[in-house]
Design a protein. Structure first.
Length: 360
């Protein structure tokens, strides 16, 4: 991808002076900022100036706000790992200047992007809140305004000691603040687009915002410098099992040239058919150095390899236990870990360890 270009707008809205939080909004695109194009009968991203006109409330916030927008906002179905690298760099370049970050992003791939950024931003001790909407901010009835305004409020929240309340990558959507690497898009028609089935919400917004402090990640040492890992290994795949899956299909994936990692989406608590051909194919892949992580197709619960006869063989083959990780958090974790190290043992340890609270 060629170097991205950005537009920047500084809206200095803080009225109370020095103590006001400073927030950088990074606008990537998504439905929140789309307009209906009558001629072509589609929703298309509109640009930054138009977005600001639709949210006059922004100007009355007691915050120092700056907006950086992708020159050409995108539908998040077009997101690539190279965009995650751009986002990580933007956050790193602006890290010292701002107290928090709000990323406006389409909902389709938001859980992937939030997961990827959770790993890539190492030693993060400031809030990075992804948000978006199911209906555009220009629509009379919409969820965009509430999502964006509350995301800004959450990103600006500080503790009595002056430290940011949220020190991790999150998704704020439809009244809930979720850990980014635990969230999953589950709805394309209703406002409650995201769920975190295996980890409780970090906060709930009603008349006031109630934070569930016991679940928040708190850095012991907020003095550590933010590091970003921009090396992502993209020779990875997701293989979803279904009754009747053929050897030809499984092998065509496992034989992809230079494949390094596979998220194997199994049934229930991590089970797969006890078929000789399947075991042989998986064994061959592991012998070639492909790491395979067992992740459940269920949105809730966890992999328990060895509980059933149908998973004992997977345990014996040496598949990595994905526990209660989501597929989104698993595939991005593979990209991150395989980009970090080439040592087989280290890869296995990192994949099996919870790095940002993505698994239990
Ligand atoms: N297709 C849109 C996107 O992900 C959907 C949305 O934003 O809700 O960019």
């Amino acid at each position: 991808m060629k170097k991205m270009s950005y537009k920047t707008i500084h809206i200095n809205t803080a009225v109370s002076g020095k103590s006001a939080s400073s927030i950088l909004i990074i606008y990537t695109g998504g439905t929140l900022g789309m307009l209906y194009d009558k001629k072509h009968d589609v929703l298309r991203p509109f640009d930054l100036e138009q977005l600001l006109e639709k949210i006059p409330e922004i100007a009355s916030f007691d915050l120092d706000l700056q907006i950086i927008a992708f020159e050409k906002p995108i539908d998040s179905s077009n997101i690539q790992p190279s965009h995650w690298v751009e986002l990580a760099k933007l956050i790193q370049e602006n890290y010292a200047t701002f107290d928090g970050f709000v990323v406006i992003h389409g909902t389709d791939t938001m859980a992937y992007s939030a997961s990827a950024l959770s790993y890539m931003l190492e030693n993060l001790s400031k809030p990075v809140i992804f948000t978006g909407a199911q209906l555009p901010i220009g629509a009379i009835r919409n969820d965009a305004r509430e999502n964006l305004i509350t995301a800004l409020e959450i990103a600006s929240e500080k503790e009595a000691n002056g430290l940011p309340r949220i020190q991790e990558v999150c998704i704020y959507f439809d009244n809930f603040l979720l850990r980014g690497c635990r969230a999953k898009k589950v709805q394309s028609a209703h406002f409650d687009a995201f769920r975190s089935e295996n980890f409780p919400p970090l906060a709930e917004a009603g008349i006031q915002i109630d934070y569930h402090k016991a679940f928040l990640i708190q850095q012991n040492n907020t003095e550590k410098t933010l590091q970003i890992q921009t090396q992502l290994h993209t020779n990875v795949a997701i293989l979803k099992l279904f009754p009747g899956i053929s050897a030809a299909l499984v092998n065509s994936i496992l034989q992809v040239e230079n494949l390094k990692g596979l998220v194997f989406e199994t049934f229930g608590a991590g089970n797969a058919p006890v078929e000789k051909w399947l075991m042989e194919s998986l064994q061959k892949a592991i012998d070639k150095g492909i790491v395979i992580m067992n992740v459940s197709q269920c949105i809730g619960g966890k992999v328990l390899m060895g509980r059933y006869e149908t998973s004992k063989h997977l345990l014996a083959l040496g598949l990595i236990d994905g526990a209660d990780i989501t597929t989104e958090a698993a595939i991005t974790k593979m990209m991150y870990v395989l980009g970090k190290t080439e040592h087989a043992e280290e890869i296995k340890i990192l994949l099996a360890t919870s790095l940002r609270g993505e698994m239990n």
